[in-house]
Design a protein around this ligand. Structure first.
Ligand code: NAI
Ligand code: MG
Length: 501
């Protein structure tokens, strides 16, 4: 493994002061009703970065009241889409002005690479805002072709007060993947960031006020899932919930929605995505895609290519290349520009990953590289590759959410399709081949929401993402991601010669 400089931060990076630690409700930073706070921990060393307000049901109630008032009586849903778009553009500009500070917050909170935050996560959040800002004045209905002497059209209206429950692996990206389209639609909202990563969300709340988003439109309540999160899911006055996280909690959210006010939910619940490499692939390109697909963001990404299916003709060669790459992969302080992998987000995730590695060994998979923690402190795990992984092993079935890759050998195209689909999940898949017929056949046969051909992680604001099977349902990004925050209303009226008149 490469350099380990865990714990100490690189001296060239200015570690920001933590400016915002309170709940943001109705345009003001306030303490939790209970006065309680929770610790947010630096995964580089296990030390406390800051204490932030611990919101619970009482605080969610206050935030929902503010959001309801802003929706029912405030200017945001009533102003033109063009005006909303202009405010959102301003927020995007403010994000651009604070890229380093925002990237540093996510690095401290989640162990994410600072350089990637600066070049990708934070600028892409501004991009996402601008994409939806540009759509805010183009939310059209349709003119209906009525069969009798009637006139009909549809209106797309904002769905109302939205609850967003966000995980810790992409605190900025997922915040805006939910907040930007719902703002554009004219909704008001309560956002609950993950308890592990509350810092950037509170900063975005501050910037939203500077940008001119009116009070009550965007409320941020930090707190735990079983208290604050559950209060969102079961709230009678929230009109829709958007959740990203584990299938276990996704089920609870859906149950709470079902037994409260039957609010619709969008659920994005992770995956066990296959990257399928065919014999004709360029081995260097394929190896690069596989290593990024498996290790990017320390494997803590819902679309990780955690099952790498390689055709038998290049299996040995590919294995050698991947092992070499994993050995040279630099694990260490995520503030350091040369580091490729920081610490796992917290102790719980770190222990979960190590227990999967143990089970892979016990079930007879061949451990080629890694398999151990690394560094003297913090939650670092060496990039890990198992070979000869069978479909029924736990490491092949469960989402590990860590830097653990399973290599599997296949013979034919049908074999590849069958094994790629042999999972309860269906979020994404990658295909590496030069043969267009193989690419077309396989991409249409895989039951997953996103297929990347000769690329991986090729996200774009305009490309919808979401799951088949237990990866969830509903789509985010693209115009589908915007319509998810609208209600569709049909308006019908008789024409002059109608029998109704
Ligand atoms: P989680 O599903 O518990 O947490 C995600 C969010 O849901 C957090 O904001 C949390 O506070 C909230 N939450 C937790 N319990 C809740 C409840 N009862 N009602 C409402 N909200 C609740 O995920 P966790 O425990 O952090 O990670 C466990 C596993 O889940 C990971 O190892 C990974 O496999 C998967 N995961 C998938 C993600 C994805 O991108 N789809 C993101 C995070 C985790
Ligand atoms: Mg949990």
């Amino acid at each position: 493994m490469g350099d380990i400089s865990s714990g100490s931060s690189n001296s060239c990076v200015k570690i920001p002061d933590i400016k915002f630690t309170k709940l943001f409700i109705n345009g003001e930073f306030v303490d939790a009703v209970s006065g309680n706070t929770l610790e947010t921990i630096d995964p580089r060393n296990g030390e406390v970065i800051a204490r932030v307000a611990e919101g619970n049901k009482d605080d969610i109630n206050l935030a929902v009241k503010a959001a309801r008032r802003a929706f029912d009586h405030g200017p945001w849903p009533r102003m033109s889409g063009y005006e909303r778009g202009r405010v959102m553009m301003k927020l995007a500009d403010l994000i651009d002005e604070h890229v380093e500070e925002l990237a540093a917050l996510d690095t401290m909170d989640a162990g994410k690479l600072f350089e990637r935050g600066k070049s990708l996560d934070i600028p892409e959040a501004a991009h996402c805002l601008r994409y939806y800002a540009g759509a805010a004045d183009k939310i059209h209905g349709a003119t209906l072709k009525m069969s009798s002497a009637m006139q009909g059209y549809t209106l797309r209206e904002p769905i109302g007060v939205v609850g967003h429950i966000i995980p810790w692996n992409f605190p900025t990206t997922l915040f805006f993947m939910k907040v930007a389209p719902s703002l554009a639609a004219g909704c008001t909202m309560v956002v609950k960031p993950a308890e592990q990563t509350p810092l950037s969300a509170l900063y975005y709340a501050h910037l939203s006020k500077l940008a001119g988003i009116p009070e009550g439109v965007l409320n941020v309540v930090t707190g735990y899932g079983h208290t604050a999160g559950a209060a969102i899911a079961s709230h009678m006055d929230i009109d829709k919930v958007s959740f990203t996280g584990s299938p276990e909690v996704g089920r609870l959210v859906m149950q709470a929605a079902a037994t409260s006010n039957l609010k619709p939910v969008t659920l994005e619940l992770g995956g066990k995505s296959p990257l399928i490499i065919f014999d004709d692939a360029d081995v260097d390109t394929a190896a690069e895609l596989a290593i990024e697909g498996g290790l990017y963001n320390k494997g803590e990404i819902c679309v990780a290519g955690s099952r790498v299916l390689v055709q038998e003709g290049i299996y040995e060669k590919m294995t050698r290349k991947l092992v070499e790459k994993a050995k040279n992969w630099v694990v260490g302080d995520p503030f350091h520009p040369d580091v490729q992998q920081g610490p796992q987000v917290d102790k719980q995730q770190y222990e979960k990953i190590l227990s999967y590695i143990k089970s892979g060994r016990e079930e007879g998979a061949d451990l080629l590289v890694g398999g151990e923690p690394c560094g003297e402190k913090g939650y670092y795990i060496a990039p890990t590759i198992f070979s000869d992984v069978k479909d029924d092993m736990k490491i092949a079935k469960d989402e590990i959410f860590g830097p653990v890759m399973s290599l599997m050998k296949f013979k034919t195209i049908d074999d590849a399709i069958q094994r790629a689909n042999a999972t309860r999940y269906g979020l994404a898949a990658g295909i590496v081949t030069k043969n267009i017929d193989i690419a077309n056949t396989v991409s249409r046969s895989i039951r997953a929401g996103t297929i990347w051909i000769n690329c991986y992680f090729a996200f774009d604001c305009d490309a919808p993402v979401g799951g088949y099977k237990i990866s969830g349902f509903g789509r985010e990004q693209g115009l589908d991601g915007l319509y998810a925050y609208t209600q569709l209303k049909s308006v019908v009226t008789p024409l002059y010669n109608s029998p109704w008149l």
